[in-house]
Unconditional design. Structure first.
Length: 309
């Protein structure tokens, strides 16, 4: 790749994104991935871990630093989200999966563990079913795609309000009611970086490109994945779920765990983003997968032997 196509961007703490990148102890890069100008965070050395999500790569800032002593971490912005550009021409499922394949080939010297949250989980699962030979493992975190997505009306309206009228007030209303068990406690724990996260999220939602990408990704990956496709996933796979997820309840993860024999780690005192709300418990659960340990399928939603605390 030519030098002009691969660029490290200075993580200026004068910008919300820069403050998040600095908190993650990572460097911010731009490169062409499957022809799409893509932003991504990179840091660390060792076996690679690739994080996918439906917001932006720096959203993993609370867990990346603890992995850097043992792993190489790559956290891209999905096409059209964060600082990544929309694909030229059509934008559908095949384009995104081709983008992910090229991303793995460009950034990983060996098959990575792929961690996908929310829409990123649906992308990760479909990729693992088709190109599992590119991966060492799969972790689905409060993921879409395992069942029909039927959010409560209040959650759907709150998300729509954020898309149509992005503001700190509307975003925090969603955080308090649907994303965090204890928003005030999480805000205290995150300190000043919490505000950088909010500011960057509002900045992104105010960008027409991001709103377009959010809608198109929802159409491409919001539907449930056929069980026959999920059964083709042959690499070690585990589930990490917030106990109090409102949009995709833990019962969805329980059913998938039982059906596909995927270990389930339930994070207490968390909703749909345990890596942000309970980073220590999330890291404990993630390391179980990264070290290759399997505990078998969960049998009871409240079973303490499969709950990370």
């Amino acid at each position: 790749m030519s030098p002009s196509a691969r660029t490290e961007v200075s993580a200026s703490t004068a910008t919300p994104r820069g403050r998040l990148v600095a908190a993650a102890l990572a460097s911010d890069h731009r490169r062409q991935v499957a022809g799409i100008p893509t932003a991504l965070l990179k840091a660390g050395d060792g076996p690679p871990v690739v994080f996918l999500q439906g917001e932006f790569g720096p959203v993993w800032w609370r867990v990346i630093p603890d992995l850097l002593a043992t792993h190489r971490v790559i956290a891209p912005d999905l096409p059209g989200l964060g600082a990544s550009e929309l694909p030229a021409g059509r934008f559908d499922r095949d384009i995104v999966l081709a983008w992910l394949e090229d991303l793995v080939e460009q950034t990983c010297t060996q098959p990575p563990v792929l961690v996908g949250k929310g829409p990123g989980g649906a992308i990760a699962a479909r990729f693992a079913a088709r190109r599992g030979d590119h991966l060492a493992g799969l972790v689905l975190v409060d993921s879409l795609g395992l069942a029909p997505f039927r959010p409560p009306p209040g959650l759907a309206l709150t998300f729509l309000r954020v898309l149509l009228r992005p503001s700190e007030q509307n975003l925090e209303r969603g955080f308090r009611n649907y994303c965090f068990v204890d928003l005030d406690g999480a805000r205290r724990d995150m300190g000043e970086t919490y505000q950088a996260m909010v500011d960057y999220a509002v900045e992104c939602f105010r960008t027409p490109r991001v709103r377009t990408a959010t809608r198109r990704l929802a159409r491409a990956f919001g539907s449930p994945i056929a069980p026959t496709e999920l059964e083709r996933i042959s690499i070690p796979t585990s589930l990490i779920w917030g106990r109090h997820d409102v949009g995709v309840p833990v019962a969805v993860a329980q059913a998938a765990s039982n059906r596909y024999n995927w270990p389930l780690h339930v994070i207490e005192d968390a909703r749909d983003d345990p890596a942000l709300e309970q980073p220590a418990a999330f890291l404990d659960a993630l390391r179980t997968t990264l070290t290759g340990s399997r505990t078998g399928p969960a049998t009871e939603p409240d079973g303490p032997d499969r709950t990370a605390t």
